[in-house]
Design a protein around this ligand. Structure first.
Ligand code: MD3
Ligand code: FE
Length: 216
């Protein structure tokens, strides 16, 4: 018994089980935030953010870009992953090494030691932008988790069940928060409420969310 026995272990304190298979690692991305934001900006410089059209013909309020060997594409025929940008026929930008390494480490900390992402989606939310409830089911290998890193303005994240209509839980995702979604949580419906206006000292008047996936 020593003086420190009453102090919580930081690593345990920061870890919250949201649901079976879903682990919130609060603030894990804060230590390297400036480097990872610069890496995201380097991807944006290579392939600018833009509003994608849904297959239903709606324009998404958030702006998106992607990197990795596979990139997520929204077309009139539906959503899919493709090895090249259909607009330019060019390969996608590489995943910056610091982002790739971070995603591997975060997944390992959450209990997925074999996770190696081949795709990263970058979403930018300006104040008022939102993302409706949806499932991520376009990846071939659904045993692999999705790792998400939030930077900038906080957002209220909605986490539902395996059906669109059930109850949703709300979580605040703030700068540096990481969530690893695997197992039974992998196919849960989820979304983001409209982001409130504000200013983040590093990121400015916006929220950036990066999701790392193994498309397979
Ligand atoms: C739960 N992004 O890119 S991150 C997405 O904040 C997406 O931009 C949101 O939903 C955002 O598809 C939420 C949290 C997240 C990401 C992927 C998931 C939660 C997830 C996949 C399965 C289950
Ligand atoms: Fe999603």
């Amino acid at each position: 018994m020593d003086l420190f026995d009453n102090l919580p272990l930081a690593s345990e304190d920061l870890r919250t089980a949201i649901a079976p298979g879903a682990v919130l690692l609060r603030g894990l991305g804060r230590a390297d935030d400036a480097q990872m934001l610069a890496a995201a900006e380097s991807v944006i410089a290579q392939l600018p953010l833009r509003h994608l059209q849904t297959p239903g013909g709606h324009t998404m309020s958030i702006q998106t870009t992607r990197c990795g060997s596979m990139g997520w594409v929204s077309e009139p025929g539906g959503y899919r992953y493709a090895p090249r940008n259909p607009g330019t026929r060019q390969p996608w930008p590489d995943i910056p090494p610091c982002l790739h390494d971070f995603a591997v480490r975060a997944a390992a900390q959450a209990g997925y030691p074999d996770f190696v992402p081949d795709s990263c989606l970058i979403n930018q939310y300006l104040p008022g932008n939102k993302l409706g409830l949806h499932q991520d089911r376009d990846e071939r290998d659904l045993r692999a988790p999705v790792v998400s890193l939030s930077l900038g303005l906080p957002a209220t994240f909605l986490f539902g069940g395996l059906q669109r209509t059930g109850q949703t839980q709300r979580y605040r995702l703030a700068h540096g928060d990481v969530v690893v979604w695997g197992g039974p949580a992998r196919l849960a419906f989820h979304g983001v409420l409209p982001v409130a206006d504000g200013h983040h000292p590093l990121v400015g008047r916006r929220r950036i969310n990066l999701t790392f996936r193994k498309v397979g």
